[in-house]
Every structure is written in structure tokens, then in C-alpha cells.
Design a protein around this ligand. Structure first.
Ligand SMILES: [Zn+2]
Length: 179
């Protein structure tokens, strides 16, 4: 890292912090020769990560788009944007640490749902309604009942339920009692 003033390669880091977006580490350096200070940014090299959709189409993973979906689902809920950004960070880190170039969009959706479920049930159901494209109110009811029957913390985070719920034929929804 050459000093921009005197081109000497030696400098020391005097301060280090995450940038505002969390995508880079900002380092304040001081040249060991001329003692002037300058700033460098260290970023993860962005290897494209592809989302593979149900129909096989591919779309590049964009954290802004994912964050947008989370913000929509959280409208008027008491959730700070920083909490949603933390979810996106967590998911992106998890995906990138796998060193793969593609991931099924369904899987990303499930990861979001797991996070949202523990954070806010309304945001969870809203996100689910978009992501799972509920066909009718019955599907929505099944999701809501599932949240009520299994509040956050009652299920190991690593074991999301994959099977679909089917509505009972004409029966009353069974209420979970005594859990
Ligand atoms: Zn210098």
C-alpha cells in the first residue's frame, strides 16, 4: 500500500472500522515516512452469485433487492432497518462462505423466512404471502396457524419445515393447546 503523498510502501493502521454500508472495512493509515494520513477500503471481491428460480431462470443475487423485499414486509412494524440489514448480511455471508456460484432462490427465501419468523410474525406472514405466492386465503391461514402453533424459539433454527400444510377438509382448524 503505497503512500499517495510520498509513494513509500510502509504505513501503519491508525483506525479501522466498517464502512457505513458494512460492505467494506475502512482503514485510516499513517505513512511511516512522511506521517501523512490516508484512507483505504478493503472489500470482498464480488464474485457474482446467481439465484436459480423455480423455472430455471437465473438472476444475480443483489443484496439491495433482498433488503427491499424485507423492508416492504416490515412496513409499519417496529423493526429497524439495521435489523433487516443484519439479516441480509447474515444470509449473504452464509451464501458466500459456501464458495458456490449459484443457489436456489427458494433456499434464500427459506433463510429469510427463518430470520423473519424470529423477529416479527407479521413481517414473516407478509413476506411469506409474497414469496410463497399464496393462491388463496386458505394458504395464508395455514401459514398463520403454523406461526401460532410454533412461536419463535420452539423450533431449531437449522430445521425449517419443508413439507406443505394441507387444509383439513371441512374440519375446524385444530388449535394448539397445552404446548
Ligand atoms: Zn508518505
Amino acid at each position: 500500500m503505497k503512500c499517495p503523498y510520498c509513494s513509500q510502501p510502509e504505513s501503519k493502521v491508525v483506525d479501522s472500522r466498517d464502512s457505513e454500508t458494512g460492505e467494506a472495512i475502512r482503514r485510516r493509515r499513517e505513512c511511516l515516512v512522511c506521517h501523512k494520513r490516508f484512507t483505504t477500503y478493503e472489500r470482498v471481491e464480488a464474485v457474482p452469485l446467481w439465484l436459480v428460480k423455480k423455472d430455471g431462470r437465473r438472476e444475480e443475487f443483489r443484496r439491495q433487492k433482498l433488503l427491499g423485499g424485507l423492508i416492504n414486509a416490515s412496513t409499519k412494524r417496529d423493526i429497524a432497518t439495521s435489523q433487516l440489514e443484519a439479516i441480509v448480511d447474515d444470509i449473504e455471508n452464509q451464501l458466500r462462505s459456501r464458495n458456490v456460484t449459484e443457489v436456489r432462490s427458494r433456499e434464500v427465501g427459506e433463510m429469510v423466512m427463518q430470520h423473519l419468523r424470529g423477529l416479527d410474525e407479521i413481517a414473516y406472514v407478509r413476506f411469506a404471502s409474497v414469496y410463497r405466492s399464496f393462491k388463496d386465503v386458505e394458504q395464508m391461514r395455514a401459514t398463520i396457524e403454523d406461526v401460532l402453533a410454533n412461536p419463535p424459539g420452539t423450533r431449531p433454527p437449522e430445521a425449517p419445515r419443508r413439507r406443505r400444510r394441507h387444509a383439513d377438509d371441512g374440519g375446524e382448524p385444530s388449535l394448539p393447546i397445552g404446548k
